[in-house]
Design a protein around this ligand. Structure first.
Ligand SMILES: C[S@@+](CC[C@H](N)C(=O)[O-])C[C@H]1O[C@@H](n2cnc3c(N)ncnc32)[C@H](O)[C@@H]1O
Length: 338
């Protein structure tokens, strides 16, 4: 291959005085392009169409109902350069990289979330700063948020099993139970226990009922669609979970929510809070901004704010601990004094 450029050119480029920032900008830009290539491959159905069966560009255009065959061909060439598909206009098939994306819901949800609302926040930031309407990601993208959150399930499950092993509960309350995954984990780890999941969102409550049914736990669990604060206070619980819920509440309402849950615990019972917290890490700062940009008054709590709110609720918080490598995810158990 002929020589591309001389050593003198390289030195000139590196001596621009801002080579590092220029390289970083180019690298960030390329990562952004890669993110959107995969996300568009999923959103347009092109990757799924190729996964359904290899085909030529015209054949895929027909299957997808695409009008612009030439653009589709160029996009398939992009997907090939990104190693998601391979082949040429006569026959495209899925590459190993494409199979790993198409066949894994966590990967799919991650591309969807990051090419969507996670980066949409910054595309709309100018309008937001100018006083434009707040975002509705949390209200409208609950399903994607839940699918992405599945990445942390193994770490949360580990903590739940540990808490159950330390003091096997007889009655468990899962506040803001979402899809019911944590309640299912606790009930599976505590075979004698019964549980109540509560969620204000009708879809979440339906999903939780389905999870418990599928895991053969429906006989020991009840799911209520309501605000936890409206639940009747009858038989006390020995364990309550509040996982990934606090940051949706205004700061001034958090201690009151904990107090409400604490009042539902038997003396000596435990409230386990799992939440992303405010730290200087980029993702934590980003998530906090995303929450603050929503309708409502949402924000990430710091660890200190969290433990203060638990104390204000009359509970005795233990030492909070980080539960997932590199992520600002914290679990803190707080005991209702006997
Ligand atoms: C991000 S989801 C977390 C779901 C689940 N706990 C998890 O960690 O996967 C938060 C859930 O809390 C529910 N929620 C928020 N405030 C609530 C309240 N006061 N009472 C009951 N559910 C609430 C929301 O509807 C939502 O489904």
């Amino acid at each position: 291959m002929p020589r591309l450029f001389g050593a003198r050119t390289l030195v000139t480029v590196l001596r621009t005085g801002n080579a590092r920032a220029r390289l970083r900008a180019a690298r960030d830009g390329q990562a952004g392009v890669r993110l959107h290539v995969a996300a568009a491959g999923l959103a347009t159905g092109v990757l799924d169409a190729v996964a359904d069966g290899a085909g030529s560009t015209p054949e895929l255009a027909r299957r997808l109902g695409v009008a612009e065959e030439e653009l589709l061909g160029a996009f398939l060439a992009v997907l090939a350069a990104g190693r998601l598909v391979r082949g040429d206009a006569a026959r495209w098939e899925l590459a190993a990289g494409g199979r790993a994306v198409v066949g894994d819901d966590l990967v799919r949800a991650t591309y969807e979330a990051f090419a969507g609302f996670h980066t949409g926040l910054y595309r709309d930031l100018g309008d937001l700063l100018a006083g434009g309407p707040r975002r509705r990601d949390v209200a409208e993208q609950g399903a994607v948020v839940a699918r992405v959150s599945a990445a942390f399930e193994p770490f949360v499950d580990d903590v739940l099993r540990e808490v159950v092993a330390a003091a096997p509960p007889r009655r468990v309350l899962d506040v803001g139970c979402g899809a019911g995954l944590q309640l299912a984990t606790v009930l599976a780890a505590a075979p004698g226990a019964e549980g109540v999941g509560v969620d204000v969102d009708a879809d979440a409550a339906a999903l939780a009922r389905r999870t418990l049914e599928q895991r053969g736990l429906a006989g020991r669990a009840t799911v209520v669609q309501d605000d936890v604060r409206r639940l009747p206070r009858d038989r006390p619980f020995d364990l309550a979970l509040v996982a990934n819920v606090v940051y949706y509440l205004p700061v001034e309402e958090r201690a009151a929510l904990f107090a409400d849950v604490a009042a539902r615990l038997a003396p000596g019972g435990t409230l386990l809070v799992v939440t992303t917290v405010a730290t200087p890490q980029l993702f934590s700062r980003h998530f906090d901004l995303l929450l603050r940009a929503q309708e409502g008054a949402m924000s990430l709590p710091s660890v200190d704010e969290l433990t203060t709110a638990l104390r204000d609720a009359g509970l005795r918080p233990r030492e909070p601990r980080r539960i997932a490598p590199g992520a600002p995810l914290v679990a803190v158990a707080a005991v209702r004094p006997s």
